[in-house]
Design a protein around this ligand. Structure first.
Ligand SMILES: [Zn+2]
Ligand SMILES: [Zn+2]
Length: 355
């Protein structure tokens, strides 16, 4: 049994009605605010006309782009609501005479803010006419109309029935609030809504065809790319020096690095380079150790000299000494180096190191 879920065509029409409505409102808005109009109220000033066309172009395109997912969402909601209505009602006894109560109806309550639906059941007692409402989890359902809106106290109600209508007088025993409403027993049938004479024409104009829609989507994709490329270009222009530096950086493999350091460090009397424990992540991180070969060079001085030598050797390459620096023990120095291979990342790092 389905109550809420309708076929796809229903939702497609509903969505198109929404699109036509929005486009019409946009046109109306521009007509109202246009500076010059002809006798028929059509926009004459060029600027308003151009802005209107642009607004419509994006509105129509975006409505097309969102259509499928919106319809899917609506249908899923309908499916869930139907499923909820299938929930098994709890067994309920009359609070007045303790008889088993009969299920009157199952209904949904919708919270418009959270869009969460809850099912509730209304039970009736055959012997004493008491009614009771419960949610599926057993929580009491409060009949909204049964409470005084001022203080949430239960109304004292009097019903006066005539041949044509029932008039209900509610009186709040706590705050004295009063309310009267009438139920028409023979309401006039609702007048049929006039069919919208322009709908078909407007739908053709405002709801994009499959082909037009796909064009818009690919256009939007190109536009986004273009904006990104222009932004990148502007950024590179602004940081020209850094950008060129990043572009000209020397990319050294681990073997290149090992050769460079072996030769270079020997000149400063650090020998026996060993590279261990390479860790591959976003960057490559390695541990290294060397021995100080210069007699009489102590801890502090040795560390300083090695740090200087490394900064000099690695300058202009994609490798650098990590911030924990170098440490010294009994003539052996150790530290960590980080190697990057992504030029964009090198550029970003260089840029942020200058700020
Ligand atoms: Zn009862
Ligand atoms: Zn009250």
């Amino acid at each position: 049994m389905t109550t809420y879920l309708k076929d796809k065509e229903y939702y497609s029409n509903l969505y198109d009605e929404g699109t036509v409505g929005r486009c019409r409102r946009t046109v109306e808005h521009y007509k109202k605010t246009a500076k010059t109009k002809d006798k028929l109220g059509q926009i004459k000033d060029r600027w308003s006309q151009v802005s209107l066309n642009l607004s419509l172009f994006f509105l129509k395109g975006e409505r097309f782009a969102d259509k499928e997912t919106t319809i899917e969402k609506w249908m899923e909601r309908g499916r869930q609501r139907d499923e909820l209505l299938q929930t098994k009602p709890p067994t309920v006894y009359c609070p007045k005479c303790n008889q088993l109560m009969e299920l009157g109806l199952a209904n949904l309550e919708t919270n418009f803010e959270t869009e969460v639906d809850r099912v509730y059941f209304i039970f009736g007692c055959k012997s004493c006419k008491e009614t009771r409402g419960l949610y599926a989890n057993g929580e009491e359902y409060i009949f909204k109309g049964n409470l005084c809106p001022e203080c949430n106290t239960k109304w004292e109600s009097k019903h006066i029935k005539t041949a044509k209508k029932i008039t209900t007088h509610n009186l709040c025993p706590k705050c004295g609030n009063k309310e009267t409403y009438t139920l028409d027993l023979f309401p006039k049938p609702k007048e049929k809504e006039e069919p919208d004479p322009d709908f078909a024409k407007d739908k053709l104009e405002y709801c994009l065809s499959e082909e037009e829609g796909r064009k818009y989507v690919s256009y939007k994709y190109d536009l986004k790319n273009m904006v990104r490329i222009v932004d990148e270009f502007k950024d590179h222009q602004k940081n020209k020096v850094v950008y060129e530096k990043a572009q000209n950086i020397k990319q050294l493999s681990l073997a290149d690095l090992s050769e460079l350091l072996n030769k270079g460090l020997k000149k400063s009397n650090y020998v026996g380079l060993s590279i261990t424990n390479p860790q591959v992540g976003k960057d490559l991180i390695i541990n290294f150790s060397v021995q100080d070969d210069k007699v009489g060079r102590e801890n502090y001085e040795s560390c300083q000299m090695l740090r200087k030598a490394l900064v000099k050797l690695l300058g202009g390459t994609n490798w650098k000494l990590m911030s924990d620096g170098v440490s010294y023990k009994l003539g052996v120095l150790t530290g960590r180096l980080r190697g990057q291979d992504d030029k964009d990342q090198i550029y970003e790092d260089l840029k942020s190191s200058l700020i």
